[in-house]
Design a protein around this ligand. Sequence first.
Ligand code: NAP
Length: 258
Amino acid sequence: MLFRSNLSQVNIALVTGGSRGIGAASAVRLAKDGWTVAVNFRANAIAADVVVAQCRDQGADALAIAADVAVEEQVQSMFRVIDHELGPLSALVNNAGVVVAPPSRVADLSFERLQRIFSINVIGSFLCAREAVNRMSFRNGGSGGSVVNVSSIASRFGGPHEYVDYAATKGAIDTMTLGLSKEVAEEGIRVNAVRPGLIHTDFHASGGDPDRADRMGTTVVPMKRAGEPLEVANTIAWLCSPEASYVTGALIDVSGGR
Ligand code: NAP
């Protein structure tokens, strides 16, 4: 489904998984900074509508685009819509990601669960990065740009006894950030990652542990609280901005000291 208002901004950003949580906060924060924002979602069109309206409230243009990032044709189609409806992309926030219920030991993981989580979190991020880089690169006549991958501090902890599969996908995202940043640095593209800690979103309910952020926030986090989506979005917006012009290949923890 497609929603748009009058489009006039020059700087265009795509936020994958922009309909809820950290992605929604990032979309609205980028809109506040004057970006035109493509708000990607997979299933929840009503939530994406709300985010588009919030972007417009900031005076920005916005477009909601349905695409499953794990499906190559849908990713390619999403980027073509941006090309035609908005113009040249200059920022990608590779945010769409899932955790799968229930918390499980590696010994109990099914092939289907592994295939799903790696398809969305890793292959989806690679597909979107590929499409973005091909458009932004000086090599192809692009004007450069910024890719921000949303990883997790789980890549440092490994998620034992509950989400090793998820943590491993974020390890892959960290590595992709390091490699891709060096690959395209001369082509005008900066590639960085934010690694959130425990953030208040629907994500934990999706993983079968809805109280996780509140419960662990007050115990294991040095700042004694879970974070808010906007606290991650502020870092993402900074990485997209010219203020971060000499920052690439960085993995920035936004985790209350954890
Ligand atoms: P969330 O509230 O569950 O939102 C997930 C978003 O991703 C939704 O907009 C959802 O769209 C979208 N999405 C899911 N699967 C998709 C797919 N296949 N294709 C396109 N979009 C898809 O999650 P969140 O907490 O904001 O998480 C955002 C990112 O932060 C993820 O990469 C997550 O791993 C990372 N992170 C979160 C935390 C945390 O504590 N919350 C901590 C560390 C890292 P629909 O609603 O349409 O399904």
